[in-house]
Design a protein around this ligand. Structure first.
Ligand SMILES: [Zn+2]
Ligand SMILES: [Zn+2]
Length: 359
């Protein structure tokens, strides 16, 4: 935190024209009737019997997969896009998921979150959220491992992605604990400057590249916020290599703003831009850039979501992030989920059992 934030003003978009469109969706009060015999669910990274991430199915062995758990609109399951298998056995057997929640699709227990990127195969559903928080409320260790995934895609550029979850206590104690999710995606960009190198102090060169393979440039941070990378460039001048990335941040029905990051004047470490927080659902976005040796720029996109209390699939937080039903989220809440993960990484939550922080 506290790093250069010079483009955040670009994200000061106009408020929505009509406040009447952002009322919370009505909560269903239908109680959930649990099934006496548990059924087996998929891990959030599994879209076929030989699928999974490097944490859950490193060799891509055959594991449980039920196509009935995916909504009809998603059609026939396709290969997830995960990078090919890594030889060798899985360090651990994939965890099994047993749920007592009702399976009728209209009740929403099977509804997965939309993907944040078409080549990141990760779609947790309400039954995953409920499993973690039910265990917590029963006094057991919450099985956060079912939501922790990591893999890379074979796409060009290669995306390295991971996801993890934590439980955060809210006012009211454990009963109102909420499940938070973090996605982290990174990819490298590098413009080809031919034979230019920093020892050529009198040579100048410039190259612009239009991004990225079609379909790979768009990140749907939530149903309302889209981050699209458009182009990047590299330049060599006075023995110094610089780079830049152009992107567009768009909010549904509010318009879009253009942004450009350049390595000129940037210091060591990651340069970050904040301000991509959704006022219509519980999602916060983050964008970071880092120049690494060899002239590559590593782009980092992180997305944080509050998935709610896991008591009912009509939970207003879960519904907002899963379906895009608009709510009015207070600005004071912006950035909360990211701060929670940062605090956890800094070890500040050690020993605060009951407040969350399991990972
Ligand atoms: Zn996984
Ligand atoms: Zn949103």
């Amino acid at each position: 935190m506290g790093k250069l934030n010079r483009l955040s003003q670009l994200f000061n978009l106009k408020p929505p024209p009509s406040p009447t469109t952002s009322q919370p969706s009505p909560l269903s009060t239908t109680p959930l009737v649990k099934t006496p015999h548990p059924w087996e669910g998929n891990l959030p990274c599994v879209f076929g019997p030989n699928d999974g991430c490097n944490l859950h199915n490193r060799p891509r062995a055959t594991i449980f997969f039920d196509p009935l758990l995916f909504p009809p609109s998603s059609g026939k399951p396709k290969p997830s896009g995960n990078h090919p298998p890594v030889p060798g056995p899985s360090p651990n057997a994939p965890p099994a998921i047993h749920s007592h929640l009702p399976q009728q699709p209209h009740l929403g227990c099977l509804t997965p979150l939309p993907r944040i990127h078409k080549s990141v195969p990760y779609a947790p559903a309400f039954y995953h959220v409920a499993l973690v928080l039910d265990a917590l409320r029963a006094g057991a260790a919450p099985p956060l491992g079912i939501l922790s995934c990591a893999a890379a895609t074979g796409a060009n550029p290669r995306l390295v992605w991971s996801a993890r979850a934590c439980v955060a206590g809210l006012d009211g104690g454990m009963a109102s604990s909420s499940l938070l999710l973090e996605y982290a995606v990174t990819f490298p960009l590098s413009a080809d400057l031919g034979d230019w190198d920093p020892s050529m102090t009198h040579a100048r060169t410039y190259r612009k590249e239009v991004l990225i393979g079609s379909g790979y440039r768009d990140f749907q941070l939530c149903p309302h916020m889209m981050l699209s990378f458009r182009s990047h460039w590299g330049a060599g001048k006075d023995g110094v290599r610089t780079a830049g990335v152009k992107f567009v941040y768009a909010v549904r029905r509010e318009g879009e703003s253009k942004g450009e990051w350049t390595s000129e004047g940037s210091t060591e470490g990651e340069e970050e831009m904040e301000g991509m927080c959704c006022g219509k659902c519980w999602t916060d976005g983050y964008l970071g850039f880092r120049m690494v040796p060899g002239g590559k720029v590593v782009v980092s996109v992180r997305v944080y979501k509050d998935l709610g209390q896991g008591l009912h699939p009509s939970d207003v937080k879960f519904v907002s992030v899963a379906t895009g039903a608009e709510v009015e989220r207070r600005e004071a809440d912006f950035g909360r989920m990211r701060r929670r993960f940062l605090e956890m990484d800094e070890g500040e939550t050690k020993g605060e059992e009951g407040e969350g922080g399991w990972i």
